[in-house]
Design a protein around this ligand. Structure first.
Ligand code: PMP
Length: 455
């Protein structure tokens, strides 16, 4: 129960905050969780209660909430040079070093990097860069962007238009020219009698038919998350990226991997595109790039797009784009340390080492009569609740089943995220086997409680 006294943290939080992406009935019933500090994968609220955050904040606090090496890197850079931009040919040494590092760890042998403050802005930036490039190349009509239903690419006007969720309609979006293809989720969208290979082939045909219908000369890019994250952790159907990439190549359409969640280790490789064995033309990065300690996004261009966008910039004498804090020296110093910590201090190894335990936990809970499917890759996973396992019929939306499960988790000191009818888990990379057991034990109790109420 929330503490409703006027000076409680809950009341103070409610008074002046316009909550975003927040289920208001839940906040009304429970009060906001006002967090004071963290330790490892745990956060602590103002009443001193601890919660195992099985979502790593918003997927991003992969080194936990008190990683001293990262904190020290930020402090040291604040002492050295606490803030700058990247305009006018002036930029910090940390920014130069981070761009070198990003190309080094990217799947590209060379390329270019441009910084933003968030993943949304990175998607917007790359769409604008593609429009800029095609305009310079004499194809100004190449403006349409292809994404998928259930994709999440952000909240700015362009990135929300790329997002394939119904709520973007509440803003009168998408903007014209943003086209959403079928979500590559075989379990949910495969037709009766259709094999997974046939499903993938159907989606590839849909892509080509869409390109031909719209006119290839009107399409500026295809953006895809290697594993859809905020859509409910949806790995692609078998062979999906291998099927779509040749079609995109055939029509000269740049292929962008939005690796905001999957980048830097989440799927068990540095990049999700490596997990799924394809090389995109560019990568969108954010979140893990600073292990959540500094707001940052980046577009990482492979060689061809780097050359073409650079050529357009040279032709008009500048790429007229950038944010005040793009390439912020503290963000870059933290990112350099975060990349080192993830790749060289055992975090990526821990993702790989704990994936079997994670998958086994999901598979065990998926045996419950009201779990239709478990999905996952590396340390990102989901359990999808269903009213009927046989027919995959979802629960009536008014029952708010996934919200109730998440609330029953919160009651026990576990944070996990309801997304549609799924419960999503994406623990920090530093989680231990015992903490993972704690996560699944608490989730199981929550599932049993809620299913007993609604099933
Ligand atoms: N792309 C993907 C795949 C994301 O998951 C997100 C955020 N969850 C974004 C873009 C947007 O990032 P941000 O919230 O930093 O704007």
């Amino acid at each position: 129960m929330p503490d409703n006294s006027p000076n409680s943290w809950e009341a103070r939080a409610d008074r002046y905050n316009l909550y975003g992406f927040t289920d208001l009935p839940t906040v009304e019933a429970r009060g906001a969780v006002v967090v004071t500090h963290g330790k490892g994968p745990y956060i602590f609220d103002t009443a001193g209660r601890s919660y195992l955050d099985a979502n790593s904040g918003l997927w991003n606090m992969v080194a936990g909430f008190d990683h001293q090496g990262l904190i020290d890197a930020a402090k040291a850079q604040y002492d050295r040079f606490p803030g700058y931009h990247s305009f006018f040919g002036r930029l910090s040494d940390q920014t130069v070093m981070l761009s070198e590092k990003l190309i080094e760890v990217s799947p590209f042998d060379r390329g270019r990097v441009h910084y933003t403050n968030s993943g949304s802005e990175a998607n917007d930036t790359l769409v604008k860069a593609l429009w800029f490039m095609f305009r310079h190349e004499g194809q100004p009509e190449r403006r349409k962007i292809l994404t998928r239903i259930n994709a999440y690419h952000g909240v700015t006007a362009v990135s929300a238009s790329m997002t394939g969720k119904p709520y973007v309609g509440t803003f009168g979006l998408p903007l014209p020219g943003f086209i959403h293809l079928t979500c590559p989720h075989y379990w949910r969208f495969g037709e009766a009698g259709e094999t997974e290979a046939q499903f993938t082939a159907r989606l590839a045909r849909e892509l080509e038919d869409t390109i031909l219908r719209e006119g290839p000369e009107t399409i500026a890019g295809f953006f895809a998350e290697p594993v859809m994250g905020a859509g409910g952790v949806i790995p692609p159907s078998d062979g999906y990226f291998q099927a779509v990439q040749p079609i995109l190549r055939k029509y000269g359409i740049p292929f962008v991997a939005d690796e905001v969640i999957t980048g830097f280790g989440r799927t068990g490789e540095v990049w999700g595109c490596q997990t799924y064995d394809f090389t995109p033309d560019a990568i969108i990065s954010s979140k893990n790039i600073t292990a959540g300690l500094f707001p940052m996004g980046a577009i990482i261009l492979g060689p061809e797009l780097a050359d073409r966008i650079q050529a357009a910039s040279e032709a008009v004498e500048e790429f007229p784009h950038g944010f005040t804090a793009s390439g912020h020296p503290v963000g870059c110093a933290v990112a350099l340390k975060a990349i080192d910590v993830i790749l060289n201090e055992g975090l990526l190894e821990n993702v790989r080492a704990l994936t079997p335990q994670f998958e086994a936990g999901l598979a065990r809970l998926a045996q419950k009569p009201n779990i239709g499917e478990w999905r996952g890759k590396g340390l990102m996973g989901a359990l999808e609740a269903v009213a009927d396992k046989e027919t995959k019929r979802p629960f009536d939306g008014t029952l708010s089943v996934s919200e109730r499960i998440a609330n029953a988790c919160t009651d026990q000191g576990l944070i996990c995220r309801p997304l549609g009818q799924s419960i999503v888990l994406a623990p920090p990379f530093i989680i231990t086997p015992a903490q993972m057991d704690e996560m699944f034990d608490k989730l199981e109790k929550a599932l049993d409680k809620v299913f007993a109420e609604v099933a």
